[in-house]
Design a protein around this ligand. Structure first.
Ligand code: F6P
Length: 365
């Protein structure tokens, strides 16, 4: 029987947009690694560093004190896909394949495996690098919570916390001035941040991509609240929300990214429509990258630490091509293919939507 060689050297990479909890995972991987006799090599700026050969050794002292720190000490990028590498040719962006350079560095650094922390884009890259012969282990992160095959991604709870706190603050000013305040939140094509943040912050109306809304129902809800003596309303709108028969609001395109669409601007559209059609004074707050920055919540610190420590267990057991996943209260692992089969979107009859409706929140239906 062939003896499987021991894993001695692990690369770690943070891909895609950053989010709170990345450093907690890096710490969760690096601290236990030495007990397994492994060294950890931190690849810089996401997959850009893998292609360009930029990395540094990570020791215990490098990860000490980073549990609560936002961002990633390794740097990240959402433009460094080795299979979709943008180069500037005569002023034009051309896309080329740089995966051979990634493989060359993997070999030159003597890596036995790479732990890649990222969202759906990162998991697609992991799958392709696995197919080329690299030993990949995925750890799911994204504030959007749109990765299937895990009940939750770390980062989501921290984003929800920001939304909830913002709504609490906006409540007091909206009610003092008898205004409608529209809060635009992130999430791309999934409404999880708006749904969970909106429930936590007591929004009156939540608009998400999965439930196209009727403008009339949105105005109705504002008027109905007034009849109940509530002369203000809070609308939590997901950046990907769209009205019935309408489209998402696109801010621009970035051809260097795998998904070039950049969402943003729906908050202004919703506020203008409400003001025009109800005559009520309306304001907009776009939370933007506030939802991604800063310290992770305790929940995310715990989840990230569990994810990191479990990823090292998987590496030691040579379970490659797998993604760490939360299933109920247990940390499990799934095939990376499973994680990228489909996006996890909000089902319109999910319990959170039903509970929100039960307490009087309107989805503009
Ligand atoms: O996927 C995370 C996310 O924050 C989305 O919610 C948002 O649409 C996007 O990234 C913003 O990306 P960028 O940092 O490139 O503006």
């Amino acid at each position: 029987m062939a003896v499987k060689s021991k894993v001695r050297r692990i690369g770690i990479i943070t891909g895609g947009g950053d989010c709170p909890g990345l450093n907690a995972v890096i710490r969760g991987v690096t601290k236990p690694a030495q007990d397994y006799g492994m060294s950890v090599f931190g690849i810089l700026d996401g997959f850009e560093g893998l292609v360009e050969g930029r990395a540094r050794e990570l020791k215990n002292e490098d990860v000490s004190g980073i549990l609560a720190r936002g961002g990633t000490i390794l740097g990240s990028s959402n433009k460094g896909d080795p299979f979709h590498w943008p180069i500037n040719k005569d002023g034009k962006i051309e896309i080329v394949d740089k995966s051979e350079a990634a493989l060359k560095n993997y070999k030159a650094w003597n890596l036995d495996a790479i732990i890649a922390i990222g969202g759906d884009g990162t998991m697609h890259i992991c799958k392709k690098l696995s197919d080329m012969g690299m030993n990949m282990i995925g750890v799911p992160k994204t504030i959007d919570n749109d990765l299937d095959a895990t009940d939750l991604t770390f980062g989501h709870d921290s984003a929800v916390f920001v939304v909830s706190e913002a709504l609490d603050r906006l409540h007091t000013t909206a009610s003092s001035h008898h205004r409608v305040i529209v809060v635009e939140v992130m999430g791309r094509y999934a409404g999880w941040i708006a749904l969970n943040g909106g429930i936590a912050g007591g929004a009156d109306i939540i608009l998400i991509p999965e439930i196209p809304y009727s403008w009339e129902k949105v105005y109705d809800k504002i008027f109905k609240r007034e009849l109940m003596g509530k002369r203000f309303s809070l609308v939590c709108v997901s950046e990907g929300a769209k009205p019935l028969g309408g489209e998402m609001v696109v801010k621009g395109h970035d051809m260097k990214r795998h998904d070039p669409v950049r969402l943003g601007g729906i908050g202004e559209v919703v506020a203008a429509k409400i003001e025009e059609n109800t005559g009520r004074e309306t304001r907009v707050t776009v939370l933007g990258h506030l939802q991604r920055g800063g310290s992770p919540t305790p929940f995310d610190r715990i989840l990230s630490t569990k994810f990191g420590a479990f990823a090292i267990e998987l590496a030691d057991a040579r379970k490659f091509g797998r993604m760490v996943a939360l299933k109920g209260n247990e940390i499990k692992n799934v095939r990376i293919e499973e994680a990228i089969l489909k996006q996890k979107l909000v089902k319109p009859d999910t319990q959170a939507v039903r509970a929100a409706k039960a307490v009087g929140i309107s989805f503009g239906e």
